[in-house]
Write a protein of this length. Structure first.
Lengths: 299, 299
């Protein structure tokens, strides 16, 4: 019951985000149009749009009109897509498939894929300062939200995490290092997506802290379940070959702790995440359902 | 006389910018430290720091305390450095040397260089929203300046220009296409660097328009002189092999119009740029001297 409710909520938000992505993606491009085509190809290749949805959910905890922050939410998806395009490159994870379709450098070429990633990352910040957002949201809150996201995906966030992930390949690694990699590569951005929405809604400081703690748990659940699905999932549903982590000797929770212990930890994290939300009471219902839904993916 | 004055002005500003870059570059990085090392390697490889200096000059036309916007100015240099790192990659311009030193992917490796570029681009937006800036500059002006820069370096700016530049290699091209490429790849960012400084100082709209027209001329002079120096310059002074454009059959002004006609156009553009500045009177003296200085580089 919970599952079908949250699924239809996510579906509804996903279609709102996708319409907004269409609306805000730049048109034209003339002699450089190829890079717009490549960016749009990857941006529209599907995906759960979970980061923009988390941003809208963070905002809706405090204000009803979340369409006001759609440009910001779309910017988050641009950043996510850029990170996938660059991660797939031959010198990085060298993945030919993404969501069941050729990855960007396969559908276009390497130079175009690098530029498409660069362009999407830049587009994010153009959208974060889009006039449709600015005329409706407090400018200081916008700046604070941009800073939060930039830190989460920067040299000491997602980019640093991807660097460490590459360096850890094929090596024995500790749980401590793996935790650091996940926290930087995935968790910080998921946490920032939720928290930026609350910041844009001028949420009280103490509740931002609550959401931040919860977001860190949710992000970790998300990543660990991804690791499990790579081992146990179905290629068709995932749209990419399974066991790619194993092949590349990636550091993952199952590779260090085994499948059963990883499942146990996920359940523990899920309980902790739900406990984090207690102070928000009934308002946090959707976030609770989302947590249960995401942690159920592994079964 | 003019030349030695502007040279010492540029030198002074350059050292202020470089101190600020040291101050604002993130420390630490733990398991991902390699990407911070690579970013810093390229950021500190030298260069004229012309974009941050133009930003400070745009600000100083209206307000004296340009140290207030140093985080923003440093962000512009981060973007410039990211663009050089990615342009040098094997799948792009494939340059092994940059400013007399191994380019980033040679000193480190390709994956690290891609990530270093990504990290520097992201760091720019972290610096554009740095609290040292925010506590001193009007937040709406900051947002407007970020939007200006993001557009200039994005899919329909610098990134689109680099795409078109790559696509034009080895092909016959029109002056119209070359102009489009230069405008997008180089000029828009130089113009935005100057104009963003004026925006941060809350300059009047009509003067921002004047600076924008001037900045477009200055950027074009800058690029054309670069094209000429690649043909006529000295490898030691440039820190890279000359005639690389010729080798890669790049579309340049000299390749289409010849050297003499290109020099004539540069002089014409210089006069137009100086005329653009007339309405600003004595306040524009430094910008005028800078224009003359940059256009003299070709002799």
């Amino acid at each position: 019951m919970i599952i079908s409710e949250i699924k239809s909520f996510l579906e509804e938000k996903r279609s709102i985000v996708e319409r907004a992505l269409d609306q805000y993606f730049p048109k034209g491009g003339k002699y450089g149009k190829r890079v717009l085509d490549a960016s749009l190809y990857s941006l529209k290749a599907g995906g759960k749009r979970i980061r923009p949805i988390l941003c809208l959910m963070g905002y809706e905890l405090y204000k009803p009109n979340s369409e006001d922050i759609l440009p910001f939410a779309c910017g988050l998806e641009c950043i996510h897509t850029y990170s996938l395009i660059h991660d797939d490159l031959p010198s990085m994870d060298d993945d030919d498939l993404r969501r069941g379709k050729p990855s960007c450098h396969k559908a276009f070429d390497e130079a175009t894929a690098i530029l498409a990633g660069d362009g999407l990352l830049t587009l994010a910040f153009e959208l974060f300062t889009h006039q449709d957002l600015i005329k409706r949201v407090n400018p200081s809150a916008v700046i604070q939200a941009i800073n939060k996201v930039a830190k989460a995906v920067g040299l000491k966030g997602m980019v640093g995490g991807q660097m460490a992930d590459l360096l850890a390949e094929g090596k024995r690694g500790s749980l401590k290092k793996l935790h650091w990699i996940h926290k930087h590569k995935t968790v910080a951005f998921i946490e920032a997506s939720l928290v930026s929405g609350a910041i844009l809604a001028s949420a009280p400081k103490d509740e931002i802290n609550i959401l931040s703690r919860f977001g860190n748990k949710l992000g970790l659940i998300f990543q660990i379940v991804d690791d499990l699905l790579d081992l146990l999932g179905d290629e068709k549903t995932l749209g990419k070959p399974i066991k790619s982590d194993l092949k590349r000797q990636k550091l993952t929770y199952p590779s260090i702790l085994g499948i059963e212990e990883t499942k146990r930890i996920t359940k523990e994290l899920t309980n902790e995440a739900l406990t984090n939300l207690e102070p928000l009471g009934e308002r946090a219902k959707l976030l609770k359902d989302l947590t249960l839904y995401l942690s159920e993916r592994m079964n």
